[in-house]
Structures are given as C-alpha cells and as structure tokens.
Ligand binder design. Sequence first.
Ligand code: ADE
Length: 230
Amino acid sequence: MFFDILTLFPGMFEGAFSDSIIKRAVEKQLISINIRNIRDFSHDKKHNSVDDYPYGGDAGMLLRPEPITNSIKESKKSLVGCNPKVVYLTPSGERLNQNIVKSFLGEKSLILLCGRYKGVDQRVIDHYVDREISIGDYVLSGGEVPAMVLLDAITRLIPGVLGNLDSAQEDSFYGGLLSHPQYTRPEYFEDMKVPDVLLSGNHAKIRQWQQRKAMEITQQRRPDLLNEGN
Ligand code: ADE
C-alpha cells in the first residue's frame, strides 16, 4: 500500500517510521511512505504562508484551501492508477476502531492529510476529502500523530508484515475483545506464580481460560465493545 502524507511538519515523521515493524514493511516493499510538505504548495511564493483568519471572526487560524488542494493534486498525480482516498485526520472525524482500520485494507493507496491550527477550509473537506478520522475524544496539536497511528494500525494487518511471532490475530480487538493477560518466564517472579493452567500443557483448557479472561477484562473495562459487536 502507498501512503502519501501531507503535513506542515515533515520532520515529525523521521523517527516514527525508521524502526521496527514499519521500517521492515518498507524494506519488504509491502508499503511505501512519501511525505509532502504542504508549505511547498503555498499560493504565496513570497512568504510561503499557508494559514489565514476564519470568516465569521472566530479565534485562531485556518489552513487556506490552495496549498492543501495543490498538494492533494500533486499527490494524486504521483499515485495515478491507484485511485487514492483522501483521509483527513481531525478530532471531528469518525472515531477510529479496529473495524475502520480493516476497512482500509482494500485500498492500494491513501493520502493522509494532517490538519493544524483550527483545521482546514470546509470547501476542501467537501470536495477533496473522502473520509474524516479521529483517533479519540481529545485534541492533539495536529494530525501528524493520528496519521502515524492510522498508518501503523493498517500496516500491521497487511499480509506479510507481521511474522508468526507477533501475529495480529491475538491482538486486543481482533476478535472484538480486549486481550487476555500474558505471562513469560520466570515461572515465579517476586513470589507471584504464573497461573497453573498455562503450565498444564492442556491446550483446550488454556484456550478456555484465555477466552474467559478476555471476556472478564472486556466486561470490566470496555462493556461497550460487547454491545457494539465491533
Ligand atoms: N487532530 C487533533 N486532534 C486529533 C484527533 N484526536 N484525531 C485526529 N486528528 C486530530
């Protein structure tokens, strides 16, 4: 999958993708990531400005439409044939969950638009954005961290990205439940013992215990998941 990220702060992505699973996915050519600086597409060649005051007198600044639409057009040109969807990361978007992450898996390419300031001009959203995504009910300084979150969550589901050792099938949310507790060696740690069932070698019993624990934890912490059928 091709990811094209449109941002005013390209430097924020340098460390984020240079290690671990994302780095390996890029090396294996399972994904590719291109970062574009929205400021390079400013209509104002003298000062490279990208923001302006909102009509109606609200406080704060908005991203002007021209630099964003110019960068989207350039990005689409480079992804011709891939029919990229434009995803705008904004606290006003649909709240991300594992089902939404899975719904992106059929795409060949995504353009991730990172907002800043008070957001972007509504005409850009109406005519250029396919989907608006929020990563939770809190406000961050911009869409860069949410873009990293979305890219990471999608990438780990792309076949071949995870080895068997870190398979996604046992992640929290994969089966709609939070994950059961996990233990590793040593068997005794500061007087606390690994639950006997996990040492029993009885796989049916172990599976039963894991499912019961996953259900208990989900019931306690996220009862909404049991009702949603997520
Ligand atoms: N930009 C600022 N806060 C955000 C959030 N919670 N989700 C997505 N984009 C954002």
